[in-house]
Ligand binder design. Structure first.
Ligand code: RM4
Length: 257
């Protein structure tokens, strides 16, 4: 139980990579606070509540908090919920992200600003709110940005997106310096192409086949392929690691030929 009694806050935790991380941290004993942006239009039980129920079913503890992570008050509400429900916060995972694929030359300013707001500013606000609480607690902590392979490479229809992935890790590097004196570690995980809602329309059969050819491990990633790297960085196993990045992409990045 690598995360026994640790409190983990995860943005965008109701689906995709965030859901995989939430379940993975709970399996290692963490108490989990998941953020989600909106309820389903179809009504019924929300995906966020499904994740909470799944964690309860494994004997774990979890709560869900709705809010737009681009709004700085949401991060403060998430941390307040962690303190109220579980007595504090030990790990913050900035996972929430959007990537509405769009061409560069006619990129609408509002789409650019929304993507920067969620992906970069949302990471900034969570790190800031989490670090302030961790410093009050006096027992250090771990801040993890879910960046991307797209921090390292570009995408024709991702000109609004890839810079935010690079910015997330640059933020972790600077926060590692600013927060090291408090025992707070700041690192990034760089997923490759992971099969989630974010790319299900983009991944046509042709693109999927081409990507599979590029991945030495022979398949695109699944959300739970990310849990281990996040649990590791969240845990005391990574006690001397800060300002670092872990590429979790099946070898996609290095495979030029
Ligand atoms: C990732 C990477 C993947 C893409 C998703 C949306 O950072 O670029 O290839 O499918 O974003």
């Amino acid at each position: 139980m690598l995360l026994k009694d640790k409190v983990v806050v995860i943005t965008g935790g109701s689906r995709g990579i965030g859901r995989g991380i939430a379940l993975g941290c709970a399996k290692e004993g963490a108490k989990v606070v998941i953020n989600y942006a909106r309820d389903p239009e179809t009504g019924g039980k929300s995906p966020a509540q499904e994740v909470v129920d799944s964690i309860h079913a494994m004997g774990g503890s979890a709560v869900a908090v709705k809010g737009n992570i681009a709004d700085p008050t949401t991060s403060r509400e998430l941390i307040a919920a962690a303190v109220a429900e579980f007595g504090g916060v030990d790990v913050c995972v900035a996972n929430a992200g959007i990537c509405p694929f769009h061409s560069f030359l006619d990129m609408p300013p509002e789409l650019l600003r929304e993507t920067v707001g969620v992906n970069f500013e949302g990471t900034y606000f969570l790190a800031q709110a989490g670090a302030n609480q961790m410093i009050k607690q006096g027992r250090g902590g771990s801040i993890i940005a879910i960046s991307s392979i797209s921090k390292l490479v570009g995408g024709e229809f991702q000109t609004h997106y890839t810079p935010t992935k690079a910015a997330q890790h640059s933020l972790m590097q600077s926060c590692a310096i600013a927060l090291g004196r408090y025992g707070i570690r700041c690192n990034s995980v760089l997923p490759g192409t992971i099969l989630t809602d974010i790319n299900k329309e983009d991944l046509t059969p042709e693109k999927t086949a081409a990507f599979n050819q590029r991945v030495p491990l022979g398949r695109l990633g699944q959300p739970d392929d990310l849990a281990g790297s996040v649990v590791f960085l969240a845990s005391d196993m990574a006690r001397y690691i800060t300002g670092a990045e872990i590429l979790v992409d099946g070898g996609m990045f290095v495979n030029l030929q």
